[in-house]
Design a protein around this ligand. Structure first.
Ligand SMILES: [Zn+2]
Length: 262
């Protein structure tokens, strides 16, 4: 009688333990397959878009969320909106435009061009340090008005199909140059198209971020920025952000939707 009782007890204990293990397993399995949506930049109303985009691309959930927030699950120039004026952090790209009559604050005139004051001061510091190594850069384009960009784009359209023009020129209102925070540079000797072949470019790759500049349209990021590689085009964002973007081999779009527009 006593033995039977002990065996019965053992069975009860064994089954309870099994049940516990099984339940825990179930919890672990559920956790594994339930996406983690706890990112600060997660937007509940876009949940379906995130999952659809992740299924389509196979990217991580975090990357999928950021890319959908950028707007990349839809073609460029789709669902465009007027960008928020965030000073030196303003984002202008193929989903965020500046209104036609917007004139940036803090523009100064230097050698027949206009540029944001803080951007120019950072540029000068960078140029001076570069000069110490017998290298030189100059700005060939900075602020551009809506009308100027419109005429530039129209001129390109006379020679190329729109799809091609869009890969290297912004439509009016969508140019980062409109902010006064973007600069195109060369070394004063070679055409800017060949800037990537110069020692100045090597220097810029290493040092531009220390002065707050990022290479805005890098190689292999065309699917995010919407532009072909532009070794001559730099954007001022301040030192901290520039260093972060360089370190993480990232783009301003990705930074903006992970840390600024949340
Ligand atoms: Zn440019």
């Amino acid at each position: 009688m006593k033995e039977k009782y002990v065996i019965f007890l053992i069975i009860i204990v064994f089954e309870s333990i099994s049940l516990l293990i099984f339940r825990n397993k179930e919890v672990i399995i559920t956790k594994k397959f339930e996406p983690n949506f706890t990112f600060p930049f997660y937007k509940e109303e876009k949940k379906k878009e995130y999952l659809d985009y992740q299924n389509k691309t196979g990217l991580s959930l975090k990357e999928s969320i950021i890319r959908v927030n950028i707007g990349l699950n839809k073609p460029f120039y789709t669902d465009t909106k007027e960008t928020k004026d965030r000073g030196i952090l303003t984002l202008v790209n193929k989903y965020n435009y500046i209104s036609k009559n917007y004139i940036p604050k803090n523009l100064i005139e230097v050698n027949n061009l206009y540029i944001n004051k803080e951007t120019y001061e950072a540029f000068l510091k960078m140029k001076n340090d570069m000069n110490k190594e017998n290298l030189n850069i100059r700005i060939i384009s900075a602020y551009r008005s809506y009308d100027y960009q419109e005429s530039l784009y129209a001129r390109y359209m006379q020679n190329d199909k729109q799809e091609i023009v869009d890969s290297y020129s912004a439509r009016a209102g969508y140019s980062e140059h409109h902010t006064g925070l973007a600069i195109d540079i060369d070394n004063g000797k070679q055409n800017y198209n060949n800037f990537y072949l110069t020692k100045e470019f090597v220097w810029m790759q290493e040092n531009a971020s220390k002065y707050g500049f990022i290479l805005r349209y890098p190689k292999n990021k065309e699917d995010i920025t919407g532009y072909s590689y532009e070794p001559w085009h730099y954007r001022y964002v301040g030192i901290k952000i520039a260093e972060y973007i360089k370190k993480h081999n990232s783009t301003y779009e990705e930074y903006y939707y992970e840390f600024i527009d949340i």
